[in-house]
Write a protein that binds this ligand. Structure first.
Ligand code: SF4
Length: 399
């Protein structure tokens, strides 16, 4: 597939003209936010946008209905959330949220700022399409299956497999050399592409890029025992005991939309915050007493600490009024379905249906509601689709 048009991924300096007003997407490499940055986002959401912080499937955040783009740019720059004008849209990096704290082979979080700095320091890499995604998986397999273009996946404490378009390239690299190799792969992608936005769009792209790396970097270590990459759905929710006996709290966010006031409470905890690619949060390094207080205060505000909550089964596209293509306000419809008990646990039989009014929809297990057939934001894996059509909702069961 060859494309002639540049990708249209929004940023802060290039807002998306959504139906409900300008939308800004703010890159958060590795999902890592300081409390001060969360406070900045909360104030910006309330004072310059619609009052909510949207979490994206790449662990980034979005603000809708931005009223003053210049003021937003100034605040985000001061908070370190917009470190580069030229490279802002290429800083798409997902890392295993719990790495270094709970499970996994290797702590990939230190690689995030190194990769981010390497991208920003290289003028040529500003030409990467905004769709290119880097993944850093600590070996548990939670982010390698999320459709990255260039990634590393820990195979032991100090060795990583290089993934290209989500598949094991056979190349192995140490932690010390992982960032340099990923940057070399990014350069290789730029040399191979002919307008394509993603590596998998280039015919034989993975093979060509693997050969390119072997040619340009002789002596690369290889392995024939391949890493199997699957799409997990491992949202870290609730009380998670860290290796150092402190506590990480995984918190679900209803339909990925975090109200500014809730975000300010999270910032006030003054602990590290991680945005996950499942539109949820992890608040890390808490002592037990603080963790208990956090749950006591934030659960009534709508954060989800119960892994069995039906809110964790449902996601939705922007819908109306945010998207002009939407046939209905799907987010209101799915919220009503959750609250009235019509989003039911996995296991109940799910049949294909069509022509349903919103209040007739009963769907089981993981489900994604869309305002039209494009199904934007649909999670990977087995997901039932609930799609608005001119004749009512249609349910397409998970495969
Ligand atoms: S799925 Fe359709 S309605 Fe929903 S955001 Fe995408 S284009 Fe808009």
């Amino acid at each position: 597939m060859s494309r002639t048009d540049p990708d249209s991924c929004p940023g802060v300096l290039r807002l998306h003209d959504a139906a409900d007003g300008p939308l800004a997407r703010i890159r958060v490499p590795g999902g890592q936010l300081t409390p001060e940055q969360m406070q900045t986002l909360a104030e910006a959401a309330r004072e310059l946008a619609d009052g909510n912080i949207e979490l994206t499937s790449r662990g980034n955040v979005q603000l809708r209905q931005v009223r003053d783009a210049a003021a937003l740019e100034e605040r985000l720059t001061a908070a370190g959330l917009l470190p580069s004008a030229s490279h802002e849209r290429v800083r798409n990096i997902i890392a295993s949220p719990l790495a270094g704290r709970v499970g996994g082979w290797a702590d990939v979080h230190p690689l995030v700022p190194a990769l981010d700095a390497g991208l920003q320091a290289d003028a040529r890499l500003a030409e990467l399409p905004g769709r290119v995604l880097f993944t850093l998986d600590d070996g548990r397999g939670d982010v390698s299956g999320l459709g990255g273009d260039i990634g590393v996946h820990a195979v032991d404490e100090n060795s990583f497999a290089l993934l290209l378009a989500g598949a094991d390239s056979g190349i192995r690299v140490t932690a010390d050399d992982a960032v340099e190799l990923m940057l070399a792969a990014a350069h290789g992608f730029l040399e191979l592409r002919d307008g394509q936005w993603r590596l998998h769009e280039i015919p034989d792209g993975v093979t060509q890029l693997t050969e390119h790396l072997h040619t340009s970097r002789p002596g690369l270590e290889t392995s024939t025992s391949g890493v199997e990459v699957t799409g997990h759905h491992d949202i870290p929710i609730g009380w998670l005991t860290q290796a150092d006996n402190r506590v990480a709290l995984g918190a679900g966010v209803r339909l990925g939309s975090l109200p500014a006031r809730t975000a300010e409470f999270i910032a006030a905890i003054e602990h590290p915050i991680l945005i996950t690619p499942w539109r949820s949060l992890v608040i890390a390094d808490l002592d037990e007493w603080t963790a208990e207080q956090v749950v006591r205060v934030l659960a009534p505000m709508g954060l989800i600490f119960d892994a069995n909550s039906p809110w964790l089964l449902a996601s939705a596209c922007a819908g109306a009024p945010g998207c002009a293509k939407s046939l209905t306000d799907v987010r209101a419809d799915v919220a009503e379905a959750v609250e009235s008990g019509r989003v039911v646990p996995s296991g109940a039989p799910q049949f294909a249906q069509e022509g349903l009014d919103a209040e007739e929809v009963v769907a089981s297990g993981r489900q994604h509601w869309s305002g039209c057939d494009r199904r934007c934001g649909r999670p990977r894996g087995a997901v039932t689709d609930v799609i608005a059509t001119p004749d009512g909702y249609r349910i397409d069961p998970a495969d």
